[in-house]
Ligand binder design. Sequence first.
Ligand code: FES
Length: 384
Amino acid sequence: MPTHPLARFFDRVDDVTAEIARREAGGVAHSAAVDDEIAVCHPKQLDLVVDEVITETATTKTFRLRRATGELLPPFQAGQYISLRLQIEGVRTSRAFSVSSSPTKRRHYDLTVRRVPGGRVSNHLLDAVAPGDRLVSSGPIGTFQHNPLFHGEDLVFLAGGSGVAPAMSMIREVVDRGLPRTLHLVYGSRRADDIIFRAELDQVARDCPEITVDHVISEPDADWSGPTGFLSAAVVERLAGPLRGRMTYVCGPPAMYAYQLRQLDRVGHPRRRVRLEANGIALPAGEDRDWPADVDPTVEVTVAVRGRGAFRTPRSRPLLDALEDNGFQPEASCRSGECSMCRVRVVRGGVFTAAEARLRMSDRDFGFTHSCAAYPVTDVEVDF
Ligand code: FES
């Protein structure tokens, strides 16, 4: 057998190629088996049924979803999300929701949804979706999961509101698998009755020495005796101890990110030890400090989609939302600038792209942007 070109990098490459050859000679279609495995782990679409709707707080529900076929759901890692694809009042759109259930449970995914004022998708789910309803989603996706090789086993998780969902999944996994991992959750809520999963979190913290939970309330009632305020550097270090050397996860409403990064900078916590799960773009158009000072975000511009039509939209509307409002559908998943699935090419005109968009150098060079994080500042023409 000829030597494989990778043999000088990997000690056992000859053994592996010999095993592949042996299986193929025995009638095993190796690539077909791999394709089957990929289809199980990374399906393009999941057809789901709402099994149960659990009321968590006055503004939050958990939707327990099972696979319509009755099969196991694809494996996922705690911290990942699925992107629900919906049609609401004639507009086809999508939203990413972190899975809050444990990756050890593959009969269902739990999605924990909090009402967002004016939130088209969250309000639709909370008000109109009931057990027995069918939903469609992507497979599990995202990079917010814990990687023990790079992140160590001593974690601090700073959560706000429904940003506790991926923390809950991580905590449930630690408990279910008995992982040798310590996780300190510092969880900010406006009021005590806004705390999601409070009973379970407090029970786990009592039973499991690896898990510590602190609730921080920003608008406490008179009977709240715990920590108050926001998750400032001082509050976080007082509760969780020094952050030095510990991987810090941050998940919450978009407005939380800039504040939290400033606080972590203040105690010298390096960015490489911070992992963010952005549930959207941090700042609305016009409030981003890089937004051009002479561009009024309320003014309407024309967006043309090459060869397919045009519409008017305010500059403040993210390009992806504006396209969906008008019947166009770029592919999308994270809606927070990260995954690049909503990439469009700006053929003519100018857009403001928020810093969250992780544009590749080649995207910049060839005029592509991530439409979920881009705002049209002039009349534009896009292509996708
Ligand atoms: S949808 Fe992921 S980058 Fe826009």
